[in-house]
Design a binder for this molecule. Structure first.
Ligand code: COA
Length: 331
C-alpha cells in the first residue's frame, strides 16, 4: 500500500447575512472609507446580529454546508477540531456542542486556540492523525463571532474584523496528494501587542474590568503589522525553497486575510502573480480562524486536482506558519 497522505476532500462555509459597510462605520467611529480601503483592503464585513447565537451557530452552519455538499454521513466523522478565539463559553468546549448538533455522534471534539493561525494549526493536527492511520475523517472548522469581542467605539480594531466560519474535511489519500510539508512557529512576545486582557485566570472578570473595557480585543496595529509582514513571508519563502517550489509551480497562495498589504508582502516575496493570490478580505474583513476555509470555499471551483497550494497565516500570540498542500479533487 502507498504511503498515506492527508487530503482535503470537501469544504464548506457560512457567513451571516447582515453586512457592516465602511460607510456604516463612518457613522460609528472617526474613520472614512478611503482610509479603510487603502490601509486594509476591506470594504465590508458580515455580522451575526442575533444575540442568542454564538460562534457555534456559525460553525454548525459551515459544517452542515460541507456535509450537504459532500453528502457524507456525519456518524463517520472521527474527530472535530474547532479553531476559535470566541468560543460560546470558556467551559464547555464549543466543538463538542457543534459535533453533537451536526450528528457527528461517534466523534470526539475539542477547541483549538491559536488566534488567526488556529485553522492552520488544526490542519497540521488533522493531517498527523490521518497520516498515522489512526483516524479516517477529521473535520477542521474555523469559526469566529468576532463582533462579540470587538469594541465598536475603537476605530483601531472595529474596522478590521468580521464574523464567519469555514470547514474542511481531511481524509486519507493514496496518490500522494494533500498535505506535503509545514513550518509552524510561535513567539510569546506577541502577548503584549494583541490580546483580550481580562476574563481569563490572570485577570478574572470584575465590575472594574468591564468598566475599563478589558474584555475586548486590543492591538498595537503597527507592531502586529511589522511582525506579520516579515514572519508570514519568511515561512512561505522557506517552505517553497525546501520543496523546490517556484512561482511557476505554485498555483495558489491561501493566506490569512489580515490586511491586503500583509498578504501582498508575502506574495511579493514568493514572486507570485496577483491571479494566484486568493483574496476575499474586501467582503469579509478579518474573520480570524475562518479566513482560510472561507477562501477555499469561495474559490473551490478554481482549485484543480494536483494544484500546489501554499497556506500562510499570522496571528495573535504570536502564532504563524505555512503549509504546503496538493489539492486532491476537482469540484
Ligand atoms: N480610521 C482613520 N484613521 C485611523 C484609523 C481608522 N480606523 N485607525 C488609525 N487611524 C489613524 C491613526 O490614529 C494614525 O493617525 P496619526 O498619524 O495622526 O497618529 C494614522 O491613522 C496611521 O495609523 P497607523 O496605526 O500607523 O496605521 P497603519 O497604516 O499601521 O494601519 C492597521 C493600521 C491596523 C490597519 C495596520 O497596522 C494593520 O493592519 N495591522 C495589523 C493588524 C492585524 O492584522 N491584526 C490582526 C492580526 S492577524
Amino acid at each position: 500500500m502507498n504511503k498515506i497522505t492527508a487530503a482535503i476532500t470537501a469544504v464548506g462555509a457560512y457567513v451571516p447575512d447582515d453586512i457592516l459597510t465602511n460607510k456604516m462605520l463612518e457613522k460609528m467611529v472617526d474613520t472614512n472609507e478611503e482610509w479603510i480601503v487603502s490601509r486594509t483592503g476591506i470594504k465590508e464585513r458580515r455580522i451575526l446580529k442575533d444575540p442568542s447565537k454564538g460562534t457555534s451557530y456559525l460553525a454548525i452552519m459551515a459544517a452542515q454546508n460541507l456535509i450537504d455538499k459532500k453528502n457524507i454521513d456525519p456518524k463517520e466523522i472521527d474527530l472535530v477540531i474547532l479553531a476559535t478565539v470566541s468560543p460560546d463559553m470558556p467551559v464547555a468546549a464549543t466543538a463538542v456542542h457543534v459535533a453533537t448538533e451536526i450528528g457527528a455522534t461517534n466523534a470526539f471534539a475539542y477547541d483549538l486556540q491559536a488566534a488567526c493561525s488556529g485553522f492552520l494549526y488544526g490542519m497540521s493536527t488533522a493531517s498527523a492523525y490521518i497520516e498515522s492511520g489512526r483516524y479516517k475523517k477529521v473535520l477542521v472548522i474555523g469559526a469566529d463571532k468576532m463582533s462579540s469581542i470587538i469594541d465598536y467605539t475603537d476605530r483601531t480594531t472595529c474596522i478590521i474584523f468580521g464574523d464567519g466560519a469555514g470547514a474542511a474535511l481531511f481524509e486519507p489519500n493514496y496518490e500522494g496528494l494533500g498535505f506535503q510539508d509545514e513550518i509552524l512557529r510561535s513567539d510569546g512576545i506577541g502577548r503584549k501587542s494583541l490580546r483580550i486582557e481580562a476574563g481569563g485566570s490572570l485577570l478574572p472578570p470584575t465590575e472594574d474590568t468591564v468598566a475599563k473595557k478589558l474584555h475586548y480585543v486590543t492591538q498595537d496595529g503597527k507592531t502586529v503589522f511589522k511582525y506579520a509582514v516579515s514572519n508570514m513571508a519568511d515561512v512561505s519563502e522557506q517552505i517553497m525553497k525546501r520543496n523546490n517550489l517556484t512561482n511557476k509551480n505554485v498555483n495558489w497562495l491561501v493566506a490569512h486575510q489580515a490586511n491586503q498589504r500583509i498578504v501582498s508582502a508575502t506574495s511579493n516575496r514568493m514572486k507570485l502573480e496577483d491571479e494566484k493570490v486568493l483574496m476575499n478580505i474586501e467582503r469579509y474583513g478579518n474573520t480570524t480562524s475562518a479566513t482560510l476555509p472561507l477562501l477555499l470555499n469561495d474559490f473551490e471551483s478554481k482549485l484543480k486536482k494536483g494544484d500546489n497550494i501554499i497556506f500562510a497565516t499570522f496571528g495573535g500570540g504570536f502564532t504563524w506558519g505555512s503549509i504546503y498542500l496538493k489539492w486532491a479533487y476537482n469540484s
